[in-house]
Write a protein that binds this ligand. Structure first.
Ligand code: ADP
Length: 451
């Protein structure tokens, strides 16, 4: 089967759907191709928010922030490995991205503080809803309203053409095994990252062998591999973020906010071993130094009462409960006396507002004193791949020598350079919208010019 379009978008996650909407609105005929039976990708799992500075929402809420501070935070968070031009465009266009999302019906009424951000700039739906699900709902609704053709269960296997000019894609219908060809002058690679492709990430990072992933099964880096085959440059492929607190049986990320509300880490010897509020990379490394390479997140009934999300974790059987410290210790085979003395010492630190052992300064408003006591056993998991296809601020794909591949665009986690060595929470969703829009606008411009 042969089809024709102006723009083909590979991948129906946040970046792909955004690019498709923008390209359509610019007048292009767009086809989205998604290999899974449904759209949403990894984006639908996102629980954080969208970082943006100097936005209409911040102004309404009386929050002072600046594009300059956003730029500085992002570069610092990424250890200055980020591409400064990409970060400049990213931060300067974040406020407009928020307005655009609101204009297509997205709820972003809430703004929270995020790790590594000088000012509150993590835009979220109101009422504590997870951003990923709300975002994918909103984008899907807009795709349907515009009648943008979306082929699901269809895996793109090749981008056709040459570096002089892209000519389209080849794909396979996963049900009928039939080959599909789509001719198009512009192709947007929005296939996400490769955190679910152990073979690929261990090629760059042998130390991550055997880690579980927090990603959906489709995050295998197909677009990166296909673009590379055509001559695209790749950047920062070894920059891979682990999330330190992943429950291993269900690959469930346990939010940092549990620690923010007062939980501590204890190892199998019943001892704390770190300031629990350090960055993801540091905590992952510390956990891997512990016996068994895991830690328990420990909290009490007060914390459970103050955090609705814990109930979901309890329902999924991820939480071990003890009516006393002794009972809990017995259940997880920790020495009860050491666990008791660790908790006593922590409660003293909370009372004195001084953690003499590890210098923790936040998440110390509540002590651990109300039974039952709870633990969740966690270890690091592969979470986000910062590297990927080399792009410029037009979302155009570049060869290693910096020249363009005509007609090829990339956005979202498939592209590299925005996050450098470490992605801040809230910057991935911002990235897929900002560069997804740009990819849609620029790809349609080229296709319509070519006619
Ligand atoms: P981003 O956050 O960058 O938008 P997501 O993970 O949310 O990334 O979305 C990427 C989407 O691309 C996923 O839905 C994934 O299933 C899809 N995808 C990955 N590889 C292919 C492929 N070869 N063909 C079609 N779709 C693909």
């Amino acid at each position: 089967q042969v089809m024709e379009a102006d723009v083909v978008v590979i991948g129906g996650g946040g970046a792909g759907l955004t690019a498709a909407i923008e390209a359509h609105d610019a007048g292009a005929k767009v086809i989205v191709v998604e290999k899974m039976p449904f759209v949403g990708g990894n984006t639908v799992r996102s629980k954080g928010g969208l970082n943006a500075a100097e936005t209409s929402v911040q102004k309404k809420l009386g929050i002072n922030d600046s594009v300059e501070a956003f730029y500085k935070d992002t570069m610092e968070g990424g250890k200055n490995l980020n591409d400064p031009e990409l970060v400049k465009y990213f931060t300067e266009n974040s406020a407009e991205a928020v307005d655009w999302l609101i204009s297509i019906g997205m709820d972003l009424g809430d703004v929270a503080a995020g790790a590594g951000a000088t000012n509150p700039r993590m835009h979220r739906p109101t009422g504590g809803k997870d951003i990923g699900a709300v975002l994918i709902d909103t984008l899907s609704k807009n795709i349907k309203e515009r009648k943008i053709e979306t082929l699901v269960n269809t895996t793109v296997t090749e981008i056709t053409g040459s570096t002089d000019q892209i000519t389209g894609i080849k794909a396979v219908d996963n049900n009928t095994k039939q080959e599909i060809q789509i001719k198009a002058d512009s192709v947007v690679v929005a296939t996400g990252g490769f955190a679910a492709n152990e073979k690929l990430y261990t090629k760059y990072r042998e130390d991550l062998k055997g880690f579980i992933t927090t990603n959906h099964t489709g995050a295998t880096g197909d677009g990166i591999i296909m673009a590379e085959a055509l001559g695209a440059g790749l950047v920062d492929m070894e920059q891979i973020q682990t999330n330190p607190t992943v429950e291993q049986s269900k690959a469930e990320v346990i939010s940092e906010s549990v620690r923010g509300l007062g939980a501590i880490f204890v190892n199998q010897s019943g001892n704390r071993f770190t300031n629990e509020m350090l960055t993801r990379d540091v905590l992952s490394a510390k956990i891997l130094e512990q016996e068994g390479k895991y830690t328990y997140i420990l909290f009490d009934q007060q914390l459970r009462d103050s955090m609705g999300a814990i109930e979901g974790l309890v329902k999924k059987n991820l939480v071990t409960e003890g009516n006393s410290i002794e009972e809990l210790a017995a259940k997880i085979s920790i020495d009860a006396a050491s666990l008791q003395s660790t908790i006593d010492r922590w409660n003293t630190a909370v009372a004195n507002k001084k953690d003499e052992d590890y210098g923790r300064e936040t998440g110390m408003d509540n002590n651990l004193s109300k039974a039952p006591y709870y633990v969740i056993k966690v270890a690091p998991g592969v979470h986000h791949t910062m590297g990927g296809i080399k792009i410029n601020t037009n979302a155009e794909v570049l060869k290693s020598d910096g020249t363009k591949i005509n007609g090829l665009y990339a956005a979202g986690e498939a592209a590299g350079g925005v996050h450098g060595a470490n992605r801040l929470g809230g910057n991935a969703v911002a990235d897929i919208i900002i560069y997804g829009r740009q990819a849609g606008i620029k790809s349609s411009e080229l296709a319509l010019k070519n006619g």
